[in-house]
Design a protein around this ligand. Sequence first.
Ligand code: SF4
Length: 400
Amino acid sequence: MFPDRVLSGMRPTGKLHLGHYHGVLKNWVRLQSEYECFFMVADLHALTTAYDDVSVIEKSVWDMVIDWIAAGVDPAQATIFIQSRVPEHAELHLLLSMITPLPWLERVPTYKDQIEKLSSKDLGTYGFLGYPLLQSADILLYRGTMVPVGEDQVPHVEITREIARRFNHMFGKEPNFAEKAEAAIKKMGGKKGKLYEDLRTRYQQEGDVEALESARAMLADTQNLSHGDRERLFGYLEGGGKMILPESQPLLTTASRMPGLDGAKMSKSYGNTISLREDPETVTKKIRQMPTDPARVRRTDVGDPEKCPVWQLHQVYSTEDTRQWVVQGCTTAGIGCIECKQPIIDGVLAEQKPMFERAQPYLEDPTLIRNLVADGCERARDLARETMRDVREAMGLAYD
Ligand code: SF4
């Protein structure tokens, strides 16, 4: 039994924009107060596609973490760390690669999809084929039980679950499992050990589910057990083996499509973005220059909001009253397009104001960001080491 833990990450491949804020970061901010969260700068993942221009990775790492904090990610609530600073990611990836059937990776839908989309790059590499497995290693290393994903990423969580299941099936039945479980019972102390055995017998012989629940609660509360022993006893309770890697679940996030300055999805590759911390003058200029309904050539021409990219941004930033004002004013030529764009400019600037405030201390003193990431890496590494101890032991690689 592992605590609910969330693992999510982003590749450092350039400046973050409002699409990242509405699509991912707002969700992280909500999750950090509900679960134990690990947010990772996925620099190893960036290498799978940006191996021929690594300068962008280095440049983006620190800026990206400042953007996260600007958006409201709180290092006091969530662990922020850099993937490559925790070498156990690479180790677990390698060990899991030994048991992962090749077709599992080849059939991940995004594999072929990405190769077609990024046809200008040579993605016929071992690293690119293995990136869903690296993602699985990322999740399993922290025994992440929840993975926030959109619909298209669900297959990545599924493959993670299949790999965990395969691993537990192959290695969870350690030699002398029953003896080790009995030794762990003794470590609980006479009274608690006896209670555990009684509850286990009641569950296994009479199917008493309440006894199972009580035993689980007792194990969760017992302080003097190592993580490995606790997992052994959870498995022993139900007659199974030890669960070394938990099966993660997708935490489906509602698709939030942030429109860009041209009405298409906001994306760096379309050149239609507003950066998270773009200066107010540029934001104002970019929005004022947005294309509008092509039918409104002159101020006196009537328009149709449905044919205008500006209208899509009103869906994100305006109140119902303002939207009614837009429809009325546009369809009767009662308002001009510059006038219509002003509430959006105001909305974006209001959204960005606290972001600038939160980022400021970190911009003034870059050691602050370095320190908080170093703390996060240390916290992440402690947990990663704990998992790797169990994994190595299960795979016969613990020699001391
Ligand atoms: S008034 Fe507003 S919705 Fe209508 S065309 Fe101009 S910018 Fe677009």
